[in-house]
Every structure is written in C-alpha cells, then in structure tokens.
Design a protein around this ligand. Sequence first.
Ligand SMILES: CNc1ncnc2c1ncn2[C@@H]1O[C@H](COP(=O)(O)O)[C@@H](O)[C@H]1O
Ligand SMILES: [Zn+2]
Length: 328
Amino acid sequence: MPKVELHAHINGSISEATMKKLLKKKNREGDKLSFQKDQTATLEDCFHMFKLIHQVSDNTEAAYTITYDVIHEFAAENVKYLELRSTPREVKATGMTKKGYVEAVIKAIQDCNDIDIIVKFILAVDRRNGVDIAKETVELAAKYKTLSNGIVIGVDLSGDPTVGDARDYIPVFEQAKQAGLKLALHLAEVPNIEETLAMLKLPPNRIGHGTCLLPEVGGSEELTDYVYTHKIPLELCLTSNVIGQTVPNFDNHHFLNWYQRNHPCVICTDDKGVFNTTLSEEYQIAAKTFDLSVDNIWKLSFESIEYIFAAEDIKEKLRQKFLQFRQL
Ligand SMILES: CNc1ncnc2c1ncn2[C@@H]1O[C@H](COP(=O)(O)O)[C@@H](O)[C@H]1O
Ligand SMILES: [Zn+2]
C-alpha cells in the first residue's frame, strides 16, 4: 500500500545495514545500537541510545549516507512522501558544522530524485539545548527553506521531554511561523498539562505523540478539547511508545480514542532503526490491535496526505497516485 511517513528522526531511523557500515568505519563492529521488538526500556534508555548513535554519525559523510539509505529504505516499502526531521549538530573534532550537516542532508535528499518518493526536511529543535541554539536552528531553517527550493519545510520540537520547559521556546516558534515554516511539535509525551496547553496555543500544525493529552493518562479535558476542536493532526508511533514505555501496551495506546473520534491520526515510525520497525509493520500492528479492516487501513493511509506540510499540488499528485494503486 502506498504510504506517507511524517514523523521520522534521521538518526533514529538508521537501519542495521547502514549502522554496520558506520560501525565498521569506527572499528566498533560489536556495538548494538537498537532495541529488540519485544524489549521494553525507559525514555531515558532511548535517549542514551541516541547519544551512542550520535558518536557514530559524527561527520557529514555519515549524515549523507544515513539520509540517503533511510530514504531508499522508506521508498522500498512504498512510502511515496517522506518528511525527515533531524537536529543540526556540530562536531568540532570532525569539522562538522551545523550548516555542513544541513547541507549534507539536503544533498542526500536531492540525490534521491531518481526514485519515486518526495522528501522534505524538518529541522529539529532539541529542548535540552536552550533558546539560543533553537533560534540558530530556526534561522538555519528559514535560510535553507529558500536555498533548498522548498525541501526544508518546517521545524520540530523534540528531545527528552523530561528536560527543560517547552514554553521557553514559544518566541522562537513564533519566529518560525513568521518565516513560513510549519511546526511539528512533540507534545505531551509525558504528562505536563500547563506546558502542553501553552504550546497548543501557538498552534502547532501537527503534534508528535500527544501521549498524555487525554484526562485518564495525565492530560485534561481542556487539552483534549483544544486538540479535537482545532483538528490538530496527531503523529502516532505505536512501537516507539510501547518500547519507551510511555504507553503500557498496544491495546492501551491512545490511537483508539482519537481514531474513534474521527480525529486526524497519522501512523508513523518515529525511529525505525532504534525501535526495529517499519511503517508497514506499524500499520499491521494498528490493524491487528484495533481490529481495523483493509478499508480502514487504506483510508488512514490516504487521509494522511491531507496532513503533509507540502503544498496542494503535491497533495493532489499523491492522491492520484494512491487512487491509481487502489484501482489496480
Ligand atoms: C522516542 N521519542 C522521542 N521523543 C523526543 N525526541 C526524540 C524521540 N526520538 C528521537 N528524538 C529526537 O531525535 C534525535 C535523534 O535524531 P536526530 O539526531 O535529530 O536525527 C534524538 O536525539 C532526539 O532529540
Ligand atoms: Zn519523535
């Protein structure tokens, strides 16, 4: 089935094959940098894993290879439109600058224009890094939005949700909006009613996870009503939430509550490498867990097109492509 993927962190999406190549270059062949499917961890374990991965992807050549491979892997499972997100990083020891990092990712995206997938890039603000760095990231995003001819399309807020206060970043995200960048914010990944409410007022164009919006899981009626009445799409990543244990198991995933309300829900992978999954598997898990029919799954995939950040002409192209497949 053709699909769109809207929530994929580049360094969390590294496949085993690419990781092998990178580890070999570092003479660290024995390292294991992903979780097993049935493994549970904590969010802290997940963020420790990202730290280890960043040691391996500490140069522009690696950034290029990872991005190029990740795009090909999504294309191979029939993803027709992909929004990748990543935190611009600088590593003095290898000479990698944030600008160099962003350019390596953009170059890899451009070099994939011979395969049947449209790729956009969202620059990520890591909430652990402070407002000054966030400002720099938004300025980079605004600059490369023009320079990349629209490949850079938005900014994200991510990083360990237990660290810092997202409200500090509101002026920076206001600035991003003014620059015509879309906002995809990780919100309510852990319970935090006041922070989430303030961020919702921006408002974001899409919410990552939204795990703790509902009153029964540490959110509130007010948060739920706000998201529901403003129809803010949710990017839902089942395996990521269960392995990271922000949701106890698939049966209790908040997907069902929002889906039954007819709220815009987009199934995503988050970190397909770290969590050992694929977008196809995530759709299968949703189908199996919530007893969804082939038609239900098709509709979920087709309607996700509405929530992409790219413009109407790209949406229309995707609709035509998806419908053609449906008629086969
Ligand atoms: C599990 N749930 C999550 N919650 C919040 N942030 C996450 C995340 N998964 C990944 N990231 C964010 O993505 C970075 C790795 O990719 P990039 O180096 O940016 O490509 C992580 O360091 C973290 O900031
Ligand atoms: Zn995420």
